[in-house]
Design a binder for this molecule. Sequence first.
Ligand SMILES: [Ca+2]
Ligand SMILES: [Ca+2]
Length: 379
Amino acid sequence: MPTPPHRRSRFPWSIAAGLGAAGVVYGAMLLLASGPLRPAGRSPTPPGRGFAPTTSSTTPPPGPAPERMAWIPGGEFSMGCDDPRGKPFGGGDPMPDARPVHRVQVDGFWMDRTEVTNDQFAAFVAATGYVTIAETPPRAEDFPDAPPENLVAGSIVFSPPDGPVPLDNHYRWWSYIPGADWRHPTGPDSSIEGHGDDPVVQVAYADALAYATWAGKRLPTEAEWEFAARGGLAGAAYPWGDEFLPGGRPMANTWQGRFPLENTAEDGYATVAPVASFPANAYGLHDLSGNVWEWCSDWYRPDSYARDIRREGMVVKNPQGPDTSHDPQEPGQAKRILRGGSFMCTEQYCSRYIVGTRGKGEVSSGANHIGFRCVRTEQ
Ligand SMILES: [Ca+2]
Ligand SMILES: [Ca+2]
């Protein structure tokens, strides 16, 4: 039986692309200095170019809210992102895969108010005995060229370099760590003890899907995630508006300092924050930008939006994503969408806390900045 391509991606001799997904500026040889958090004014270019108002459905929720979920009314909105370069906190990445900005209609749904926590994931594991991909030793038949001593369970962990490095190669700050898994997010000496409200990390796509199924939920589509994240706003840069620091207040857990060497944690958190440590958006959802990346159900392609428009025309209804994955930057790796950026995102490197931007992750790879939240269509 042929080896699924994703099985070749989570190990030290081929560290996965989820990391690229989670923030590589390909080809950019950047060594940028940074200062302290600074208040951002409005964009020097008009935000929301190409965006039309969101029309939210007036259909009432189908019943009382399930525990820890919010009703997202659905409606029609403009999906995507203008080129954020040159905007405050916009970073250096042009984000062409988030264009064209186009109209999308989604039906109403329930969404978890927060990322899934360690306590929630622990309840799932206790009830089912589920073993995550990171806890499973890779099989020799999947890696016939690997020496047996390398076939050990583990996952990918941020390992900052000793000195300044160009930001062109994420291998410089990611390492495969044997024994890293959701209970030990940064390696065998780490623990989630006392961190029950932190978002679960080191979950691959299949792990997130297994949890969602057990919970009677599913993973959001990319369009559902973005509709929810926008909270009824049209074309705003962030889930809360167009200013990164309204009144000087951090609204999301991101990175301050010179990436990847210095993390000043001016927003209060150097790594993950307990869920809902930052304000909710207008739909009552927390941490859509930052904290941890969130798996969505769509396969990744850079031209997803153009293909949707060609197929459906002016308004794309409930898009489910392409049938297969294709990332020209790492062809052959199967990738699903990740959204929202993480505590490692910074304007110097990965500004994917901007709400219309897109990430991507190799499906068998977790990392210590990748998590998820779930949705439910019916009560
Ligand atoms: Ca932070
Ligand atoms: Ca998040």
